[in-house]
Write a protein that binds this ligand. Structure first.
Ligand code: SAM
Length: 260
């Protein structure tokens, strides 16, 4: 039986994100912090939901038209409505998906993420994005790094506070996959967020873990420098190939790029 130690006394990102998404896998302290932030920055709920919808559109495109069969989703989050393996395997039942997160509650829920199609495979790695080597080693048991892989870094590089380190992490991951692989990224940005967003992040950093940072468009472009961006480039994730007219623009950039 899986035993994990969850700290319910301090708000954790995966659980607060789950709360904003309308999930049940969160504690009182997560709801208190989540509610306070929603009070000062109501758009945060739209950010979380737009990010998940972006995930769906990006993975549908990659597993569909782009023909990608392998996904490395780092910073998985708690199970939500459309998880990467469900979206990918709905397009391609043989898709292989490896999830990575370092939150103990995500680990506890990993079993829910590991139920995929018979043809496909899902796996879960308990690891920290700051250290890509163990992630790549463990993922290579499930993924064939001679074949294209979609590396997914949605809402996670904002927890790697040093930009040079974040660039180094992405570079190492992109170096490990062959030409024709993809990088999928979302990241909060100072360019679209206003004073309320900054106040929300300040409150977060004083009351919750792990500490977070937003980045400028130029800094986020550096994270994407190893890939060629698909249309429409680096935009608010709500506007990336939006399926509805005029979605609200959220302060979270999203992009999908292909390794040449
Ligand atoms: C904002 S949530 C995003 C979840 C999902 N990718 C999405 O876009 O909906 C960020 C996730 O990254 C995880 N995370 C934060 N820091 C991490 C780290 N250093 N290593 C691995 N995972 C981390 C959190 O536990 C959380 O599940």
């Amino acid at each position: 039986m899986l035993r994990v130690s969850v700290d319910a006394s301090v708000a954790h990102n995966a659980r607060v994100w789950d709360y904003w998404l309308g999930g049940q896998d969160n504690y009182l302290v997560d709801r208190q912090v989540g509610d306070h932030i929603r009070g000062v920055y109501p758009e945060i709920v739209q950010v979380a939901r737009a990010d998940r919808r972006f995930l769906g559109r990006a993975v549908r495109h990659l597993a569909g038209k782009a023909g990608i069969r392998q996904f490395l989703d780092i910073g998985t989050g708690l199970p939500a409505v459309e998880n990467t393996h469900q979206v990918a395997q709905s397009q391609a039942p043989d898709a292989r998906v490896v999830y990575v997160d370092n939150d103990p509650l995500v680990l506890a829920h990993a079993r829910a993420l590991l139920v995929g199609t018979q043809e496909g495979v899902t796996d879960y790695i308990d690891a920290d994005v700051h250290d890509p080597e163990p992630i790549l080693r463990a993922a290579s048991k499930t993924l064939n790094f001679e074949q294209p892989v979609a590396i997914m870094l949605l809402g996670i590089l904002n927890f790697v506070l040093d930009t040079e380190e974040a660039v180094a992490v992405v570079t190492r991951l992109v170096d490990a996959v062959p030409s024709g692989s993809y990088l999928v990224l979302t990241h909060p940005t100072t360019e679209l967020g206003g004073a309320a967003n900054e106040e929300a992040m300040r409150f977060w950093n004083e009351n919750a873990v792990p500490p977070i940072t937003a980045r400028s468009g130029a800094e986020i472009r550096r994270l994407l420098s190893g890939v060629e961006l698909l249309e429409p480039g680096l935009v608010s994730c709500s506007e990336w190939r939006a399926e509805e007219e005029g979605p609200p623009r959220v302060a979270q950039f999203g992009a999908v790029g292909r390794k040449p």
